[in-house]
Design a protein around this ligand. Structure first.
Ligand code: NDP
Length: 451
């Protein structure tokens, strides 16, 4: 077996996944990457391949697809498709976000649910893996349309949820506003104030302090720890962060707090470069308050900044790159440019933002590379802290929650690094994350019998 290929014992499992999930390319990509790492595990512990354990891990426990009818502001009936893939509940209730984006299909939700299972295991917390969403496009929709859509979505989804069953959160296109509308509809349909059924709630509904910040802060803590292994820090470094949504904004905030400078960020139309350092308050005003495009930044900021429509944000030279928008947004070509420009560390805030080619290029060049399932686990970990607060009817301070988040991220980093070392690939965080996550899920499943 060579790194980057699937062991021959595991090849039939991959072939079956490809056959059974025809056309679901992102899901194939995510499964292939994990199976590439597992060759070393089954070589050392052949029992992990017993009882079709790996085959079962690759097959979701349940997949729900449903119709979402709703009425737009002009009185027209619109139809969208809803999904919830309940991937694995060996470690706890299904847990994972909801994505509203026109690109959503069952293959994307399945890849996200599969990744989520290992990510949640890595946090060390009692949560299984799941993911959901809809092909609904929130862009340009009024507040009333968003509310009616969320209510219709929850009218079907609620029967599959529960604090001990399945606990969704936000993801692309789903923030505090949408979670509020969905929680309201869940409460109305069930006649239960079941705060633990959704995370990412507002504080007055039992939300956790620092949940909004958690994914971005957590990814930054992870990269900080990777840099420390080389005796480096964020202080004085140039960083590029793609996206300008929830993860990107709070990644930028923590990098700035650590003394780094953000030189570029983006949305799906283009990117802005500000050599003086991105003005984060302005980005928040544009994205969180006005809900406008990132191009507005240049108009409001004026001299010193520039906007590039389309193109690749990764052509902007930087020491640290944090892809925080969406899957496969950073290609092999981008990775080559980043390496040529001297990138030291890459931390994935988004899920699977780097293509397999890009990951290989970073690793071959000795760039510190933190894969999403480890680096962005701070969001779901803080969701688990929110569930903990809900169960005990408690509300922690920001400091207490962030301290716990930082500790969890340190543990995840160290577990990945130690596992990579143990399996003969020091510094390979992809292998470390895949194996450490897999082993925890596999042991929990095995102890439950064949289910
Ligand atoms: P948001 O909706 O808040 O922001 C997404 C950002 O990415 C926006 O700037 C958006 O631009 C951009 N984007 C979305 N789709 C594309 C695309 N196809 N091409 C280019 N840019 C795109 O989402 P989040 O910040 O919550 O999520 C970002 C990533 O982080 C996702 O991969 C998500 O799965 C992952 N993640 C999120 C967590 C969370 O807690 N929210 C937890 C762990 C991972 P535009 O506005 O133009 O669409």
């Amino acid at each position: 077996m060579v790194s980057g290929s699937v062991d021959e014992k595991l090849e039939p499992i991959l072939s079956e996944v490809l056959r059974r999930n025809a056309g679901e390319l992102e899901f194939h990509q995510a499964v292939r990457e994990v199976l590439e790492s597992l060759g070393r595990v089954v070589a050392k512990h052949p029992n992990y391949a017993d009882n079709a354990l790996i085959e079962r891990i690759c097959e979701p426990e349940r997949q729900i697809i449903f119709r979402i009818p709703w009425v737009d502001d002009h009185g027209n009936v619109q139809i969208n498709r809803g999904f919830r893939v309940q991937f694995n509940s060996a470690l706890g209730p299904y847990k994972g976000g909801l994505r509203f984006h026109p690109s959503v299909n069952v293959g994307i939700i399945k890849f996200l649910g599969f990744e989520q299972t290992f990510k949640n295991a890595l946090t060390g917390m009692p949560i299984g893996g799941g993911k959901g969403g809809s092909d609904f496009n929130p862009r340009g929709r009024s507040d009333g349309e968003i509310m009616r859509f969320c209510q219709s979505f929850m009218t079907e989804l609620h029967r599959h949820l529960g604090e001990y069953t399945d606990v969704p959160a936000g993801d692309i296109g789903v923030g505090g506003r949408e979670i509020g509308y969905m929680f309201g509809q869940y409460k109305r349909l069930t006649n239960r104030y079941e705060a633990g059924v959704l995370t990412g709630k507002a504080l007055f509904h039992g939300g956790s302090r620092a949940r909004k910040e958690a994914t971005g802060y957590g990814a930054t803590y992870f990269v900080e720890r990777m840099l420390a292994t080389k005796g480096q820090a964020f202080e004085g470094k140039r960083a590029v962060v793609s996206g300008s949504g929830n993860v990107a904004i709070y990644t930028m905030e923590k990098i700035i707090e650590f003394g780094g400078k953000i030189v570029a960020c983006s949305d799906s139309n283009g990117y802005v470069v500000d050599e003086g350092g991105i003005d984060l308050d302005l980005v928040k005003e544009i994205k969180e308050v006005r809900r406008q495009r990132i191009a507005e930044y240049v108009r409001l900021k004026g001299a010193g900044s520039r906007y590039v429509e389309g193109g690749s944000i990764w052509s902007v030279p930087c020491d640290v790159a944090m892809p925080s928008a969406t899957q496969n947004e950073l290609t092999g070509k981008d990775a080559k440019i980043l390496v040529k420009n001297g990138v030291v560390a890459v931390g994935e805030g988004a899920n699977m933002p780097s293509t397999p080619d890009a990951v290989r290029i970073f690793q071959d060049a000795g760039v510190l590379f933190g894969p999403g399932k480890a680096a962005n686990a701070g969001g779901v970990a803080t969701s688990a802290l929110e569930m903990q607060q809900n169960a005990s009817r408690d509300s922690w301070t920001f400091e207490r929650t962030e301290t716990r988040l930082a500790e969890i991220m340190r543990n995840i980093h160290d577990r990945c690094a130690e596992t990579a070392e143990e399996y003969g690939a020091p510094g390979d965080y992809v292998l470390g994350a895949n194996i450490a996550g897999f082993v925890r899920v596999a042991e929990a499943m095995d102890a439950l019998g064949v289910i």
